[in-house]
Design a protein around this ligand. Sequence first.
Ligand code: SF4
Length: 413
Amino acid sequence: MFSVYFHIPFCRKACHYCDFHFSTQLGSVEAMVEAMERELAVRAAGWQAMGSPGTVYFGGGTPSVLHPDHIARLLGAVRHHFPGGVWEEVTLEANPDDLTPERLAGWRAAGVDRLSVGVQTFDDALLGWMGRTHTGDAAAEAVRRAGEAGFKRMTLDLMYGLPGRDLAGWERDLERALALPVNHLSAYVLTVEPRTALGVRVARGLEREAPEAAVEAAYRHLCAETAARGWAHYEVSNFAPAGGEAVHNARYWEGVPYLGIGPGAHGFTGQIRYANRPNNPLYLKAIRSGDALPEDRETLTRTDRYNEQLMTGLRTARGIDLLALEAAFGMRPDRAEAAAWEAAVDRGEVTAGAKATPICELELELKEMFLQNTRQELSHTKQELKNVASTLMQAQDELYETKGSWSIFDFSW
Ligand code: SF4
């Protein structure tokens, strides 16, 4: 069993907080789809022994910038190389602006059966501050339109921990989201990434991150509000009523291999992780010339895989299956790290047989760990260098679009 992930590296506009890989140069969309078909053809032979994929996911970037014909072509390529399988879920990430009746009908006809809509907030002032291209009303209307077009499985991305936001504003966002025809929510704290416009403003002291207490209050409200509606908090950032859980994402957390396609895509064979370099011109050039795709590879050791299973298990309500871990790796944390395990049991963070700790407590701890690490890791100078590199990469993309040629700049970190 495995999954397929397509990274669609385009957005109509850069959101101020985002450090995902994307280009706003949409002139190479057609060439990119063709290149991704070719990458799939090259990689497929190594995956066919695993049968057919169970799920397909279009992430990005903004996959909804693709015309339904592009989606149909990419799904057709998956069917061609891995015939005979039945897909359990085909998800497309979409921005509200793209949810036109024509596109919705076209994506459904192509085989997409789940939409992940990037709403973030319904507050127009905050949407403007974030650099989003839609309004709150337009987003709500687009989601209703998608429901009317027959999408029964829909998730919204929401963001909390926005600077200057009070709890009442977040409560309004959540109420509005849960009144829409959706059966899943993913809610994330705004994190300030150094290679972004927001990161630069924070580094210069022009913006401040939301206080921890406000973030925590928003998260607790999210946990309580979804629980009151009978939704399961099945992963730290994901909530759904029974049957609404994301199949594709759950496979990641279970350690199922995934075939990643596109610049910036990551893949996992079960032993090896690879990451295509996040650079559109470099990717197109390599595919056109038949060169090996520039990628980073890492072979995971047994210990790496054991640690990953522990970490992903801790993120989910499913928890850690000690017997399965022992069968797969010959060790389990309650024996390998008995003292730490017992201390965690004493603190009420883990119990055998059931997950005793409310998952939101765990999220807050993980977030604190993350913040501490981030603060230690990044110096101002490095942030600034990354910002410069980001600008140069964008310039490089533009040069390629206008001149069809480019020079190689290496901005890996
Ligand atoms: S948040 Fe989404 S739409 Fe905005 S720039 Fe990032 S990938 Fe593109």
